[in-house]
Design a protein around this ligand. Structure first.
Ligand code: NAI
Ligand code: MG
Length: 384
């Protein structure tokens, strides 16, 4: 029986609250299927750790993480620590050092979830956000600080290899789905980086004549997300554009409370990291009312990436049962349930019936490479 070793960084605010529900749900499905096991290692890193030690994680933190099969992450950020410190000293080093250059963010309408748009169409697209360079490359500086003439420079960095590899991932993903890639650009105003981005994207797209590719300026694309989201299949965006587009795509299908994400190293040279899109939500932290669905869904993405498709489907089917029957919903969905109530409901549906494993969620394996984490072969076209 395969045992996965998972590092857990609950982090700050609602992070630990939602991640503990995800762990409970994964433990339940592991128990039900009996075909693999998970060993969780909890790492107390985050803002409290920073206030005690002056660091968000220990100096050898990345070496510690290196040996795990995956990282299950809650959120970082607290009012007592500047956001640029908490983000730049924990989450971004992990994404960069482990070459998690794909930030995979599905936007899928689930039955039973209220959405702000008046449409009966299905919404099912994935945003592939470049995750290691671009506008978040950490290049820049401050000059003449605290003087009237002070200035700040923040430079974007786009490398050919960086753009090529994420484009290839997005095209492979589109090929395994409905064959359509929409690319966010801004080549009219950002007149060096974005024309370069467009050119590299088009070069790689030339190798995929079977995938239909459209490029749109990101501002126009925001309107398409609202006006015709059902026409989108895979959306490729740079780091900043993808960050912004995915808060919008999250709200289109029900809000940050249910939006999952995966930070993937497709080569599997390093562990990948799975986390809800949302942050630490200090406004509701400690109240026990955060929606744990985003964290649970991120856990399902983790199992899918590790090759445990059946377990992932089982969890998503239980999530859908919970949402559709509306018997447990947190205040962000207009309900009065607690984080634990929602976890309990998902737990119950996993327990109730194995028939839920055949899920409407299961639109095919999209996330993992051909060779899965447990050595099983699969038929997906996604690159290794
Ligand atoms: P946020 O995502 O934490 O919260 C935005 C709004 O959404 C808040 O009103 C919050 O209550 C609500 N919300 C978020 N998750 C929810 C959930 N699961 N259930 C119900 N409601 C939920 O973003 P914000 O306020 O911009 O940032 C708060 C802190 O989180 C900051 O320190 C920020 O730097 C950090 N952050 C960390 C991220 C990460 O760890 N990946 C991502 C985004 C923000
Ligand atoms: Mg964001």
């Amino acid at each position: 029986m395969h045992e996965y070793r998972i590092a857990v960084i609950g982090g700050d605010g609602i992070g630990p609250e939602v991640i503990s529900e995800g762990i409970r749900v994964i433990d339940e499905v592991t128990h039900l299927l009996g075909s693999f096991s998970v060993e969780w290692t909890h790492l107390p890193w985050g803002c409290d750790y920073y206030l005690e030690t002056g660091k968000m994680m220990p100096d050898n933190g990345l070496e510690v993480l290196r040996n795990f099969d995956a990282i299950y992450f809650g959120a970082v950020g607290a009012p007592t620590v500047p956001d640029n410190v908490s983000v730049w000293e924990l989450i971004l080093p992990i994404r960069h050092r482990f070459e998690q250059y794909v930030n995979y963010r599905p936007a899928k309408r689930l039955r039973g979830v209220p959405i702000p748009l008046r449409t009966n169409e299905d919404i099912d697209f994935v945003v592939v956000r470049e995750n290691t360079e671009g506008e978040y490359a950490n290049v820049g500086g401050l000059l003449h600080q605290s003087h009237p003439g002070e200035l700040a420079i923040q430079t974007s960095v786009f490398t050919r290899s960086g753009v090529e590899r994420v484009t290839r991932y997005a095209l492979d993903l589109a090929r395994s789905r409905r064959g359509h890639l929409t690319v966010a650009t801004k080549s009219n105003a950002m007149n060096y980086s974005m024309p370069f981005w467009d050119r590299v994207v088009r070069d790689v797209a030339g190798e995929y004549p079977d995938v239909e590719v459209d490029l749109y300026h990101v501002d126009a694309l925001t309107t398409y997300l609202v006006n015709r989201p059902h026409t989108l299949d895979v959306v490729l965006a740079s780091n900043l554009f993808g960050d912004i587009l995915t808060d919008l795509s999250a709200v289109l299908v029900g809000g940050l409370g249910i939006a999952p994400s995966a930070n993937i190293n497709p080569q599997r040279k390093y562990p990948s990291m799975f986390e809800p899109v949302h942050g630490s939500a200090p406004d509701i932290a400690g109240k026990g009312i955060a929606n744990p669905i985003a964290a649970i869904w991120s856990g399902a993405l983790m199992l899918e990436f590790l090759g445990e498709q059946e377990a992932a489907d089982c969890i998503m089917a239980a999530v859908e049962q919970t949402l559709e029957r509306g018997e447990a919903s947190t205040p962000d969905f207009g309900g009065k349930s607690s984080t634990k109530d929602v976890g309990d409901a998902v737990h119950k549906y996993i327990k109730l019936s194995e028939s839920y494993r055949i899920s409407v969620y299961n639109s095919g394996p999209h996330l993992a490479g051909r060779e899965t984490g447990n050595g099983k072969q699969r038929t997906s076209n996604i690159p290794e």
